[in-house]
Design a protein around this ligand. Structure first.
Ligand SMILES: [Zn+2]
Length: 404
């Protein structure tokens, strides 16, 4: 036989004011009844009770929270009982087993919640940083070349009118000859390189998926020899062969998709953070791609027996030109160092000396000294250089800035 105790005393907090109210507690099979000194009584169903605990076996004083659906008040009603026998008697009085009624918010649950808060963003960030790039790589490498050709062709057709290619057979013939010399070094590649000329002053070139390469007139005007142009051509051909544009497009699509999925059930803050992380990450990848195209491009130049000094000179010039294009009319707005930092971080290009320096190192390492001239019978300047009417050109274009 055991002596059951069904009456206790405790302190009641209503969750809305810090006021404590002494109460008497009566245990019955379904509920406990609290009665204040003023004689007011209310019943708490056992099913709605939660024992607040901080890990380990529960001990006095017991903090019992009453879970209600009511209102906006975030703090629950709480009962504090000092009597060490209270919990045991509460268990005995209850008609249903304690574990089904009194739900302890014990330490492990809190720890689990904390872990969840830390792990969920990490998981998503991991998805972003590791899974998407890996997947992008995988998908881009499996995309059929025919699909890439179609995609690239569509982009060319959709270029804004001011940047649309114009047929220019003489220049195209010279550019095709340079491409052919370079492509002899990679006989097994699956692309057909198609060269386009755009009569725009941009000192730039762009490679689109599937082998479509665009040269802007500004770049043709800047290249003083076929060898200089060949340096850019080799770089752009490598962008095609390495599927850089295809990878970037697929990656951007996957990132957008993930953002949409997250946006569905998470706070906007998270989407924003990931958006920024994704963008910076994208830039970093672009720079990695640029270095790769530089390195493999120079390998191609050397393998084709073309004088590599042309590529080095051209990239030196290009970076100086880009300086003007990116910063605008007045390069004195920011101190040089600051501009350099800016370009280093936010352009798809490493800063000048880094890039040109790498190329020089590569050439020195190769140690080759004799080269075969490129297009020796051609009057390069007469064929390629063309003055553009500055009035016809748009002030800005979506393609301003480094794209090479
Ligand atoms: Zn590039």
């Amino acid at each position: 036989m055991d002596a059951r105790k069904l009456q206790f005393t405790g302190v009641f907090f209503d969750g809305q004011s810090p006021r404590k109210q002494p109460v008497s507690i009566a245990l019955s099979p379904r509920q406990l009844t609290l009665t204040t000194d003023a004689g007011k009584s209310f019943n708490w169903q056992y099913a709605n009770l939660k024992l607040r605990a901080s890990g380990g076996p529960p001990k006095a004083p017991f903090h019992i929270e009453h879970l209600t659906d009511s209102g906006p008040n975030p703090a629950p009603e709480t009962l504090v009982v000092e009597d060490a026998a209270f919990l045991e008697n509460l268990q005995r009085a209850s008609a249903v087993p304690l574990h089904a009624t009194l739900r302890p918010a014990s330490g492990w649950k809190l720890v689990l919640m904390a872990v969840g808060f830390v792990v969920a963003p990490l998981f998503i960030y991991g998805l972003w940083k590791v899974a998407i790039p890996a997947m992008t790589e995988e998908v881009a490498m499996r995309v059929p070349v025919e699909w890439e050709k179609k995609l690239g062709g569509t982009i060319i057709e959709e270029l804004p009118k001011a940047l649309a290619p114009v047929a220019d057979p003489e220049k195209e013939k010279a550019l095709d000859a340079i491409a052919a010399r370079l492509l002899k070094t990679v006989p097994d590649q699956p692309y057909t390189i198609r060269i386009y000329v755009v009569p725009h002053k941009l000192v730039n070139a762009m490679a689109f998926p599937g082998g479509h390469i665009v040269f802007f007139q500004g770049l043709l005007n800047t290249a003083e020899t076929p060898e200089e142009l060949a340096g850019v051509m080799a770089h752009e051909i490598q962008h095609v062969l390495l599927r850089h544009s295809t990878r970037s497009i697929i990656r951007s699509m996957a990132s957008q998709l993930l953002l949409t999925l997250i946006g569905g059930d998470m706070e906007g803050t998270m989407s924003t953070i990931l958006g920024v992380a994704g963008e910076l990450d994208g830039l970093r990848h672009s720079r990695k791609m640029e270095r790769e195209a530089d390195e493999k491009g120079m390998q191609m130049i050397l393998a084709a027996g073309i004088d590599p000094i042309g590529m080095i000179r051209m990239f030196d010039k290009f970076d100086k030109e880009k300086f003007q294009i990116s910063i605008g009319e007045d390069p004195n707005v920011l101190p040089e160092e600051e501009i350099k930092d800016w370009l280093d971080y936010f352009s798809t290009h490493p800063a000048t000396e880094d890039r040109v320096g790498q190329l020089k190192k590569q050439v020195a390492k190769a140690g080759k000294t004799s080269y075969t001239p490129l297009l020796p019978g051609l009057d390069w300047q007469a064929t390629m250089v063309q003055d553009l009417d500055p009035k016809k050109e748009p002030e800005t274009s979506p393609l301003d800035g480094p794209q090479l």
